[in-house]
Design a binder for this molecule. Structure first.
Ligand code: NAP
Length: 282
């Protein structure tokens, strides 16, 4: 299993399995299939409502706990110090785990300084092996680590051919923070699987468009967590380490960048108000 080493020395698989939008009733079976396929990292979140099913699949797999890297995320509603401690306990109870590999602050809204300090405490107590954030702009991320003790180990960002995050990638590399991609396939937007440029590259290597996209991210040192409900696609998405994109192919994929998200406009006030105030529990 290819790994990356985080800024605190923890090793993280270079590829994992995302479970956003997988129906709760199917999650346990699908995560079991992902583990059978060979995935050793699962990315869930309190707001996906499937932590319990992820935990069940992990226990049923018979794999050793230390061989699986588990990520979950704290929702904005719980971004106060004591609320964060409580939300973490809730997630751990649902997952049925006694330690977590990676805990991420899910969105850059609300009182994320308080949430971060509580996450730092859990990290120092050894209950979490690494802590990080998702969807933080360079400015917010820099401010967060300038005013706190523990530097985030990971920033999970929407990253795919149409939104390549080149500036963020350069900043994260400079700061020693691991770039992880959410929505590596742009959640299917812009007809990504039929993109002519990606299709031509895929045909040249005898691979699929999905495999080219994942390998392109992997060659940029970006950790990937593709989601699929289909077993054959799990294997397809996992099987990306037996070919290499040339420098010219990497440069040609760079031309697909539009510099903005086709999924989520983080400058739109309605969207950010909706997400920033969304409640996931009473
Ligand atoms: P994604 O991985 O970009 O795309 C998933 C879509 O691609 C699904 O419709 C899936 O369909 C399809 N697909 C998967 N493999 C395929 C293949 N080989 N060929 C053709 N179609 C394929 O989207 P995502 O689930 O949003 O992102 C991945 C993970 O990132 C999530 O599951 C979650 O863990 C994480 N995430 C984090 C955030 C955040 O705010 N931090 C936000 C979004 C996502 P089928 O399932 O039908 O195969």
């Amino acid at each position: 299993m290819q790994t990356v080493t985080l800024n605190n020395g923890v090793k993280m698989p270079a590829i994992g399995f995302g479970v956003f939008q997988i129906p709760v009733e199917d999650t346990e079976r699908i995560v079991s299939e992902a583990l059978e396929t060979g995935y050793r990292m699962i990315d869930t979140a309190a707001s996906y409502f499937n932590e319990e099913q992820v935990g069940n699949a992990i226990r049923r797999s018979g794999l050793k706990r230390e061989d699986i890297f588990v990520t979950t995320k704290l929702w904005v509603q719980d971004y106060e110090y004591d609320d964060t401690l409580r939300a973490f306990d809730r997630s751990m109870k649902l997952l049925g785990l006694d330690y977590l590999d990676l805990y991420l602050l899910h969105k850059p809204y609300g009182n994320y300084y308080a949430a971060w300090r509580a996450a730092e405490r859990l990290y120092k107590e050894g209950r979490i092996r690494a802590i990080g954030v998702t969807s933080f702009s360079n400015e917010r991320l820099q401010d967060l680590f300038l005013h706190n003790e523990v530097k985030p180990a990971v920033n999970q960002l929407e990253t795919h051919p149409f939104f390549q995050q080149q500036e963020a990638n350069a900043f994260l590399q400079r700061e020693g923070i691991q770039h992880e991609a959410w929505a590596p396939f742009a959640e299917g937007q812009n007809d990504i699987f039929h993109n002519p440029l990606l299709k031509a590259i895929a045909e040249r290597h005898g691979k699929t468009v999905g495999q080219v996209v994942l390998r392109w991210l992997n060659q940029r040192n970006v950790v990937i967590i593709p989601k699929t409900v289909r077993k054959e696609r799990m294997a397809e998405n996992f099987n990306i380490f037996d070919f290499t994109l040339t420098d010219e192919e990497m440069r040609s994929i760079a031309t697909l960048d539009t510099g903005k998200s086709p999924i989520y406009d983080d400058m739109d006030l309605q969207t950010t108000k909706f997400i920033g105030t969304l409640k996931i529990h009473n």
